[in-house]
Design a protein around this ligand. Structure first.
Ligand SMILES: [Zn+2]
Length: 346
């Protein structure tokens, strides 16, 4: 089976909404609708797996898709605490909806276009105001693979997000074929943000200002972005905050720990975490993951100092946290490896 990717290398990714380039792109999108919005800013590069005509249509439905009201104008959808499967369609991350007087912002779009459409349906049950902004909190597929449901909106992200997506899109699309199924992958479009946040930025939805903050150094990832509703002081943290679901390190454990005091200073009262099916208090919601990351870092440093090789060290890192987290065995070995290899060079 032939697999063709658009994207994954710098020279095939076009920026800026050139209609000719987009239409060239769409020629590769076998069977995909070519209704790419003329909106200036949307930049699409896409990987589409060719030769899927015989693949079964996605029939799996994510469980009932709810958006819970968190505060006046603030809503959250809590994804499952699970790995991505064809059955859950990648509905594993928490997503946000913020409604202003004039417009709506959504925060992350879920792990498939199916989830993105369900999120848009949830918006439509709340309000008929336009979705003006899609804010992606970082590059992970469970947060951005639903973006195609919002073509026409303005996509916003950390200034490093385009770089991270470019570097990883081809890999994600390939590796998630097994997890999501080929039909679901075939409709995913990687949409790069055109509004980039360097440090902080305010977006106004009409009587409701959102404070976006692009964090550095790398922590959960190298492009972590948070969104604070300045009217209600609800913080949408993306994956800088995990509750119940074991934290996942894809940036830097030292960087993440270094951010904790700065995160705690964000003037929020409640947080919608990136994973974990509940709202947390602020900054109390940082306590569990701070403890986990501290234990992992301390274990790794101790084993490195003792000269224990990586393969022997990994099963002995973070084990005192085992009963405190869901999906521990799915992610702790990876976190342990990441921490060891990072801290080895200290
Ligand atoms: Zn993530």
């Amino acid at each position: 089976m032939t697999t063709a990717f658009l994207g994954g290398t710098g020279d095939t990714i076009q920026r800026g909404g050139d209609a000719t380039l987009i239409s060239q792109c769409t020629k590769f999108l076998a069977g995909a609708p070519a209704r790419l919005a003329s909106a200036i800013a949307v930049l699409v590069f896409a990987a589409v797996v060719l030769g899927l005509a015989s693949a079964p249509a996605a029939t799996a439905q994510p469980p009932a898709f709810n958006a819970e009201k968190i505060a006046e104008g603030d809503y959250a959808h809590f994804g499952q605490v699970a790995l991505t499967t064809p059955e859950n369609a990648g509905d594993i991350a928490n997503l946000g909806i913020i409604v202003g007087r004039d417009a709506v912002a959504v925060i992350d779009t879920g792990g498939s276009v199916q989830v993105g459409r369900a999120l848009l349906d949830a918006v439509r049950r709340i309000t008929d105001k336009p979705v003006k902004y899609v804010i992606n909190t970082h590059e992970h597929p469970d947060h951005v693979f639903g973006n195609a449901a919002f073509v026409g909106a303005t996509f916003v992200g950390h200034h490093n997000l385009p770089r991270e997506l470019r570097a990883r899109a081809a890999f994600y699309l390939q590796s998630f074929r097994d997890q999501l199924g080929p039909a679901a992958i075939a409709e995913v479009r990687i949409i790069l943000p055109t509004v980039l946040v360097k440090d902080t930025m305010e977006l106004d939805l009409g009587g409701r200002k959102l404070l976006l903050q692009a964090w550095s150094p790398p922590a959960h990832t190298a492009c972590d972005l948070t969104v604070l509703d300045e009217r209600t002081h609800v913080l949408y943290s993306g994956d800088l905050v995990f509750l119940d679901h074991i934290p996942v390190i894809d940036g830097s454990i030292e960087g993440w720990l270094a951010l904790m005091p700065r995160l705690a200073a964000v003037p929020a009262v409640r947080v919608v975490p990136g994973h974990g099916r509940r709202v947390g208090t602020w900054p109390g919601a940082l306590a569990d993951e701070t403890r986990y990351l501290s234990v992992v870092a301390a274990d790794a440093r101790r084993l490195i100092a003792a000269g224990t090789p990586l393969a022997e060290a990994v099963p002995n890192i973070g084990q005192s946290e085992r009963t405190r987290w869901k999906l521990f065995d799915d992610y702790n070995p990876r976190n342990a490896t990441a921490a060891y290899t990072e801290l080895e060079w200290d």
